[in-house]
Design a protein around this ligand. Structure first.
Ligand code: AMP
Ligand code: ZN
Length: 123
């Protein structure tokens, strides 16, 4: 990993950067200085939220050592949102990475899934 944070440039071509900027509307159920949380448009569970950094990072594969604080903040945000959403029985946090990982939006994000029993292995 590089010691410096990954690129911080946002892109008007990036769907999630456009949500961060407000260009595309989303119901922000969570927001702090580093990240936002909003419902997935195609929910796969009764609760399905996305938590994304405000700064553009393409994926976990391009995260750098300088991003570790930000990555930790995303997990802490997911945990806080899960508490707010009443997911006391548990939930799943997913970070799809790259083509084989099933990533379709190239702006790093966590999926927070809950409200039903999850299966393993994932598809
Ligand atoms: P992934 O496939 O892991 O890259 O996740 C991208 C997710 O973004 C998918 O679950 C989509 O349903 C979701 N998504 C795409 N467009 C939007 C949007 N405008 N608002 C909310 N979620 C979206
Ligand atoms: Zn982006």
């Amino acid at each position: 990993m590089k010691a410096t944070p990954s690129s911080s440039s946002s892109s008007s071509d990036c769907l999630f950067c456009r949500i961060v900027s407000g260009d595309i509307p989303a119901n922000r159920v969570y927001e702090d200085e580093l990240c936002i949380g909003f419902p997935d448009i195609n929910p796969q569970a009764p609760t399905h939220l996305l938590i994304i950094p405000k700064r553009h990072i393409a994926s976990a594969a391009s995260a750098a050592e300088g991003d570790t604080g930000l990555l930790g903040s995303l997990v802490a945000a997911a945990s806080a949102i899960a508490r707010n959403e009443g997911l006391s029985k548990g939930y799943r946090i997913v970070m799809n990475t790259g083509d084989d990982g099933g990533q379709t939006v190239n702006h790093l994000h966590l999926h927070l899934l809950g409200g039903r029993r999850m299966t393993w292995p994932p598809g």
